[in-house]
Design a binder for this molecule. Structure first.
Ligand SMILES: Cc1cc2nc3c(=O)[nH]c(=O)nc-3n(C[C@H](O)[C@H](O)[C@H](O)COP(=O)(O)OP(=O)(O)OC[C@H]3O[C@@H](n4cnc5c(N)ncnc54)[C@H](O)[C@@H]3O)c2cc1C
Length: 381
């Protein structure tokens, strides 16, 4: 078993690291305060390949493997959680369904522009005001065929990137009788008449990433904007979420690593009882535990990515990796604040932002409870 990253992977990490240090990290605090999207950084991400990580090279994508995506998201997560969240939602939620399930015409039509980000990003709309975890029972957004068009009515909630997207892959009920084969994914360009994108939500963290509610009022799109197969929307969505969870776990690792790096620096400088904090055993143990947990989560994430790249089943492994990495990030950020004492509670230091950002990770793309359900189902079946 080889745990060494290849030279190519190391170079990719350095490229994304340098970009994140120069273009993302310096604006993280300011954009968190103003809840603003880093449009300038996103313009530069296209040519670097960061907007085409889930798009094959033949459609203008970066053609990187899942491990490289995980590495990139970890680096972006270290710099700014909100920016990283918009990157993962664009790639893993918005572009991936088109790459995986789109027809040749759909891929040629949408993917090259999404890889550059020139017209806007991509989003995936599953959640509704009345449902998030229970998509089968809860999705009420209806799509009905009228001639050669889908007519969509309903509402969605908490959709990352909707306010900066050119298209939104929308999970709709296409069979009113219900059941696991009653849902389908339909691509809705954001300029379509009848689609209302509401003002960005006011959030606790991840504030550089826009999250919007949507209303679909007699939204009409061509029949061939159906993605994949009719009635396969739930299965396609679950496949997408399996991959997306590796991305959310990767950002969590980046957040935790940045938080503990800050705490280590602080512990070496700040003195109490005549010695640096770093010499107190209680502080050393918090740091040792954090480093150990980060490394364990990183290994689970990289393994899930490796399984995906090998074409193996990785549903249980990505759920385990997401569960461990996101719960770990919250704990590590919490202890990083503890090490900073009162300063950790102040916006003078970035730790409190990381803690707020990390809090989302056990909720988005399936809560921790849902991850445990996925894992238990695989183990007990
Ligand atoms: C910042 C942000 C960005 C988001 N981005 C997107 C996006 O891009 N696209 C999108 O579609 N959605 C998005 N979401 C929505 C997110 O995926 C949902 O919030 C999440 O899936 C949980 O759904 P819910 O909020 O409706 O909680 P609910 O499903 O109502 O669950 C509430 C609580 O009950 C628990 N629970 C539910 N069912 C069970 C059960 N059977 N057993 C045990 N516990 C259970 C849950 O774990 C949770 O703790 C985003 C949310 C946020 C906050």
């Amino acid at each position: 078993m080889n745990f060494q990253l290849t030279e190519e992977q190391q170079m990719w990490r350095k490229t994304v690291h340098d970009f994140s240090e120069q273009e993302v990290k310096p604006r993280a605090a300011e954009l968190d305060a103003s809840a603003e999207f880093n449009a300038e950084a996103f313009q530069r991400m296209g040519p670097l390949g960061l907007l085409g990580m889930d798009i094959p090279e033949e459609y203008g994508g970066a053609g990187v493997d899942s491990l490289c995506s995980a590495i990139a998201l970890e680096e972006l997560g270290m710099a700014c959680g909100g920016t990283a969240l918009s990157v993962v939602a664009h790639n893993g939620l918005g572009c991936a369904p088109i790459s995986l399930f789109g027809s040749e015409k759909q891929k040629r039509n949408w993917l090259p522009k999404l890889a550059l980000g020139t017209d806007g990003l991509a989003a995936l709309a599953l959640t509704e005001p009345g449902t998030g975890s229970d998509l089968v029972g809860g999705v009420k957004t209806r799509a009905e065929l009228e001639g050669d068009e889908w007519v969509i009515n309903g509402s969605k909630a908490w959709i990352t990137n909707a306010g900066v997207a050119s298209l939104i892959v929308t999970l709709c009920r296409t069979d009113p009788s219900g059941g696991s084969r009653s849902l389908s994914q339909i691509v809705v360009p954001t300029k379509t008449q009848g689609l209302h994108i509401h003002p960005a939500e006011k959030k606790m963290g991840m504030r550089a990433s826009p999250t919007n509610a949507l209303t679909y009022e007699n939204v009409r799109v061509p029949k061939d904007y159906l993605l994949g197969k009719m009635g396969r929307g739930l299965h396609q969505t679950l496949e997408i979420l399996d991959g997306g969870r590796i991305g959310i776990g990767s950002i969590s690792i980046g957040l935790a690593q940045a938080a503990i790096n800050g705490a280590i620096g602080y512990a070496k400088e700040r003195e109490t009882f005549g010695v640096p904090l770093a010499q107190h055993q209680a502080i050393q143990w918090m740091i040792a535990d954090a480093i150990t947990q980060i490394e364990a989560a990183r290994l689970l994430i990289y393994r899930a990515a490796w399984l995906k790249d090998c074409g193996n089943s990785f549903s249980k492994e990505s759920a385990m990796a997401k569960l461990l990495a996101t719960e770990m990030a919250e704990q590590v950020c919490r202890n990083a604040i503890q090490i900073h004492g009162a300063y950790g509670y102040s916006s003078e230091y970035p730790i409190e932002r990381m803690y707020r950002d990390a809090r989302l990770m056990t909720i988005g793309e399936g809560t921790s409870e849902i991850q445990r359900m996925v894992i238990a189902k695989r183990v007990l079946s």
